[in-house]
Design a protein around this ligand. Sequence first.
Ligand code: NAG
Ligand code: NAG
Ligand code: NAG
Ligand code: NAG
Length: 645
Amino acid sequence: MLMSRWITPGITILTCSVAVMSFAVLTSCSVDVDDENGFVVESGNTETPSTSDVGFGHGRDVLRLHSGLYDVAYVRFRIDELSIGRQDRIQVWMKTDICIGCKMVAVANLTIKTKEKKMVATIDTAWATRIMVTTGDVHYPAKNNTYCELYYHFGQYGEYNLTVPPMTRNNTNGTICDLETLKSPTYANTSVFVFYGSVFLMFFVAAFWVHCIKRCNNKGLPSNHNGNVQSNVSLEDQTPLTDPVGNKPTKTSLRLRSVDAFRGLAITNLVLGTSGDGHFWYLSHARWYGITVADFMFPWFVFIMGTSIHLSFNILLSKGQSYLSIFKKIIFRSISLFIMGVCIQPHNDLRTLRIPGVLQRFGITYFIVASSYLLSRRLQARRIERTGKCYMMFRDVTDYLELPLAFCFLTVHLCLTFLLPVPGCPLGYQGPGGPLVGENGELTNCTGGASGYIDRMFFTEAHIINIDTCSAVYRTIVKSDPEGILGSFTSIALCVFGLQAGKILHLFTTVRGRCLRLIIWGLVLISCSLILCKASMADGWIPLNKNLWSVSFIALTGGTAFIIQALFHILIDVTHFWNGAPLFYAGMNSILLYIGSEIMHPYLPFSWVPFVGNHTEYIILAAWSGFLWLAIAYLCYRKKIFLKL
Ligand SMILES: *[C@@H]1O[C@H](CO)[C@@H](O)[C@H](O)[C@H]1NC(C)=O
Ligand SMILES: *[C@@H]1O[C@H](CO)[C@@H](O)[C@H](O)[C@H]1NC(C)=O
Ligand SMILES: *[C@@H]1O[C@H](CO)[C@@H](O)[C@H](O)[C@H]1NC(C)=O
Ligand SMILES: *[C@@H]1O[C@H](CO)[C@@H](O)[C@H](O)[C@H]1NC(C)=O
């Protein structure tokens, strides 16, 4: 018995450390410093490039999308007297693909006499880049002033010679610049595959192991001893939680492991995100449009909060707690979440304190969804019970106030987004704004459209933050908070979806009934989202947008959450194939992990200043901090320490 208690975490921790170490050895941690082709690669990242470095400087890509020596290629511009006159100057313009709808940006002026080193541009390789070389005196590239242009997706650490051909005055189609690859790029994604590959492998090995041990134990022992730490809550082999007629819970102490494990998945990835996530563009947040892996975690968390509301309130109500005392709990919890959120910021200047935020959004969402749920339970308690067949099929939808409420919030969100006039901006604008978008910078002050405008009016610019992922690309000037007011409306709807999942898991007695409903909800929401965004980055009616929490964004994240919840439910609660470790431990202490990682991430041992600053080092850093927090979560679980608000 004692052995088997330790075996799951033991194996997990062991395989985790072995994986991390072998991973560190496998992908050695160095940037090639290559002088063969005359490219001088300086290591170490300069946080603020000196003015002489701006433009073609090393250590940061030309468009200043990110600092650090990852995702960069080196491109040397070659011009000679044949192409331009001895005295002439050329201008180099660039635009990255991720800057959607942006103008070209002038990045350098070159002449034949420009120093060799200054001819080498450090170019970002996460996305394709458009390069144009024009005469020196133009305000914007056009057909008649362009020597050549090139649209190319450079590869990480590749080295290229880009030769400017002579200007052909009567060439109307534009010339393609000559590009020669001197050193082939390295494949950038190895470390991601190695990392996630080993994580998944580890999970499966551990799950199989535990599965085998459980079977062996079961053979020798009476069937009610299955050697697990937890008393297994199974919806199958125990009396149903509700009697088949009404909604009155007949059994207390329900804590679905799958819900905790799912929460653990979200929180672990949030922790990984806090520590940099390897600085891969698809693991870090989306720049403005679109969605990346990191963008799913926070919405999933809101979703699971909804699921837990249903499950925990049922426990409280069945313990005979009064509605008033539960309402007091709701108020206390919302306010403490809000205050926590305001207080864990790394600065204390009341003049520029950020008011909205992640925990603040949790607080507001929780307050509204939980109190409306409580109200509908209160109203339900007075109603006579119904037993019609049709009613029984749909009783998770018909009996409650929250779904109409979510609908109202979504409608208000849509109305404000599309109908609120923002001074100087087109009606219904949902783009990033900034000087690069639009013909003459007329969208400069439109960042975030209505959502940004409301936040700037309500909180004033001093009390919200700039979204740095977006402002680096679009060079935005005005702020638009990623956790703004309008986004809370959709967040409430998302939480209600989660609540719906909780009701489904609780009210229906057959596995098929539960999983089918979860999957149908998931597929419907995902389809809605794909229709709304026309399955594209920025061309849809409502593009996916993490910073605005657009309707398509919450539909997609909510839909995937339903599917994952169904999957986890089958794997964990029904078949007991996996007991949810180690995610389960993290899920039991999610607030502790979130607050802890927010506060501690700049400190040792949770992170360090990168030595090399490449993807491999960043992903080791993230894996290390994820591992530490999982270990902390496990220890807290063993010692029964839970941070509850
Ligand atoms: C290039 O020269 C023009 C005119 O002197 C100047 O306005 C522009 O800022 C320069 N561009 C860069 C990237 O230095
Ligand atoms: C690349 O450009 C540099 C500088 O102009 C030149 O010395 C070198 O020979 C070029 N390499 C190739 C392969 O053309
Ligand atoms: C430009 O056009 C003229 C006549 O249209 C032609 O003779 C000449 O070869 C062209 N020049 C180049 C460089 O293509
Ligand atoms: C944006 O706002 C700034 C400062 O309020 C103002 O100077 C500028 O003219 C505005 N730009 C546009 C395009 O409205």
